[in-house]
Design a protein around this ligand. Structure first.
Ligand code: 173
Length: 322
């Protein structure tokens, strides 16, 4: 009797440890951006794809965006396994992994970063610092911009208070700006109350949270490369069987390459900004060059300072080939 109970217990353990024979696995998903943004809409489509392909074996349960969890908490939740999968940008979890902010400095397309070992190098750091696996990069061909309520005429932000995340911190500070970090959900109120004179944000998406109402100017050129990616908790990933992993990888590959036409979306949004009365301040010639050069110089200096261990190597892999 005793032996039989032990044998049954062992069988139970074996079943629990073997996902290939286990029942459907359900993963908890969270998004770092609001549900009306293109990032989270794309992520929801990714989830639908996984759920269609995973019928009976793998299911993703979407919990929500910043209303369900503050964006700067997503990294902690993913690391701890409180959530299994997340759509999020590196700037939201630099407390755990400062290197993640280096994605913004990539001057090569994601396909090249996969080929030249950059993604592999980052994935290793994800494993060590975030207990996560890097699945897919959602965004391409998208710069960040500086948006303002007061005009500037040269690359000098002295006297201006600017809403930032780690993406823009070193750059705007290097141009003399005073920086204030907020989650996206606080930008509208900060503008409305005059707490800030502007903010950093991608070329698209300012209508999603109503900021166009409070924005007078966009500064051109843009800078950097917007990164939003899908990450999976490493323990969760390790527990999945090959078929379940393939479902995630396939949907991830689709998200990375085909899900959204970012160039078309960005062109639409640029036009919509002009229609909404947002004026473009275009820095010219040497000013434009100085603006962009300062962005990359300050950005890399910041990464290398925060990660002496990996910063320089990441620069070799991410920066434009000489
Ligand atoms: O909140 C931000 O401005 C930010 O860091 C970001 C990053 C990627 C996409 C959109 C915003």
């Amino acid at each position: 009797m005793r032996f039989r109970a032990l044998a049954l217990a062992a069988l139970g353990l074996a079943l629990a440890a073997s996902p290939s024979r286990a029942q459907e696995v359900t993963l908890k998903a969270i998004a770092g951006f609001a549900e009306q943004t293109a990032y989270t809409k794309g992520f929801v489509q990714f989830i639908e794809r996984v759920n269609a392909a995973g019928k009976g074996t793998l299911k993703i349960n979407f919990i929500g965006g910043p209303k369900a969890m503050p964006p700067f908490e997503v990294g902690n939740a993913l690391k701890a396994g409180v959530v299994d999968i997340a759509s999020v940008t590196g700037a939201f979890y630099t407390n755990l992994m400062p290197e993640a902010d280096a994605w913004k400095l990539a001057e090569r397309p994601i396909a090249d970063l996969r080929k030249n070992g950059a993604v592999e190098a980052m994935d290793k750091i994800y494993g060590q610092k975030l207990n996560a696996v890097y699945l897919a990069r959602q965004t391409r061909d998208t710069p960040f911009h500086l948006y303002l309520t007061k005009p500037i005429s040269k690359p000098d932000l002295t006297g201006l208070k600017l809403r930032i995340t780690p993406v823009y911190r070193d750059f705007f500070a290097a141009l003399g700006g005073t920086v204030v970090q907020t989650a996206p959900g606080e930008v509208y109120t900060a503008l409305e109350r005059g707490v800030v004179d502007g903010y950093g944000w991608p070329i698209h998406g300012i209508f999603d949270l109503g900021w166009h109402e409070k924005t007078k100017y966009r500064v051109d050129p843009g800078f950097y490369s917007v990164e939003v990616s899908v990450l999976v908790n490493k323990a969760t990933w390790d527990k999945l069987n090959a078929a379940q992993r393939k479902i995630l990888s396939d949907a991830g590959a689709w998200l990375e390459t085909d899900a959204t036409d970012w160039k078309a979306y960005n062109a639409q949004e640029t036009e919509a900004q002009a229609k909404a009365g947002i004026q473009t301040i275009t820095l010219q010639g040497a000013d434009a060059e100085a603006f962009r050069a300062k962005a990359y110089e300050a950005g890399w200096a910041g990464i290398i300072k925060q990660s002496p261990e990996h910063g320089a190597k990441l620069k070799d892999l991410f920066a434009k080939a000489p």
